[in-house]
Design a protein around this ligand. Structure first.
Ligand SMILES: [Zn+2]
Ligand SMILES: [Zn+2]
Length: 270
């Protein structure tokens, strides 16, 4: 029998690569995509990579995420879990590409967990079938697990404790602001929403709250504006606040704003 020499097992090599990327800090937050749905400012759609002592996960995976990962040299194999705030293309539309890459290009063997609102599994499979017919039923060489997070119930996902607070944003399934506790830190993210007091619950005491601010001051249904976030800054009760998902009008006025903002490639260490 032709035995494989020691150290040549591709699965073992893959696990080794994953271990090598873990952070020396409790949390390292890397904005891969900080844009809105429409490519404003040439920014990629929402995708935030979080690396901890023990794992790496994504917060949302917009349609452009695999491109952003390649640009910033984040190996898709290093991602253990993908958490979704809501089921809009600029927040989960990267999954068909991510899953197909895992099967065909990256040749993933480690399990992948995708967690999001109730209805996530069906929507991801539908998206796979629309983009690449037949792809959802191909035998995979890795375990793909879906976890659908119930509202306001802390759900344990690996080393993460995740709570979804329902927000106000029509997306075919209940959209969440997510609060993630891990390694003694709390990271919260609004997803997309107009103002709702649920954000106060999600952000309260968080080490970092990432909040969408789509417009500068215009009030519209289902999205936030910078002025509203500024007015609520103290009430949010978070240690650090960063806005993201900015449209072209807000991007043009960045020199005026008083809140820290995300940029593609920006990293924050907690
Ligand atoms: Zn949305
Ligand atoms: Zn969005």
């Amino acid at each position: 029998m032709n035995r494989r020499p020691r150290g040549q097992n591709p699965q073992r090599r893959q696990r080794k690569e994953c271990v090598a990327v873990y952070s020396m800090n409790p949390l390292t937050i890397h904005f891969l995509g900080s844009g809105d749905a429409f490519g404003s400012g040439g920014r990629f759609q929402t995708c935030i990579c979080v690396t901890t002592f023990r794992e790496r996960f994504l917060l949302d995976c917009g349609a452009s995420s695999l491109i952003a990962m390649r640009r910033d040299r984040i190996d898709p194999l290093s991602i253990d879990t993908i958490l979704l705030t809501h089921l809009h293309g600029d927040h989960f539309g990267g999954l068909p590409f991510f899953i197909l890459d895992a099967q065909l290009i990256s040749k993933r063997s480690a399990p992948l967990t995708i967690a999001g609102p109730i209805g996530t599994q069906a929507r991801v499979i539908n998206a796979l079938e629309i983009f690449f017919p037949g792809s959802s039923s191909i035998q995979k060489k890795f375990a793909l697990e879906f976890i659908e997070i119930p509202e306001r119930q802390m759900t344990t996902i690996g080393n993460l404790r995740v709570t979804g607070f329902p927000v106000v944003h029509a997306s075919g399934a209940t959209p969440y602001a997510l609060r993630v506790e891990c390694e003694g830190k709390v990271l919260a993210y609004s997803g997309d929403t107009e103002w709702t007091d649920a954000l106060l619950e999600a952000a309260n005491g968080a080490d970092l709250f990432i909040c969408e601010a789509n417009y500068f001051e215009k009030k519209i249904k289902f999205h936030l504006d910078y002025q509203t976030v500024l007015e609520q800054r103290a009430a949010l009760g978070c240690r650090r606040l960063v806005i993201t998902h900015m449209n072209a009008e807000l991007l043009a006025r960045l020199p005026e704003i008083e809140i820290e903002y995300a940029e593609d490639g920006k990293q924050i260490v907690l």
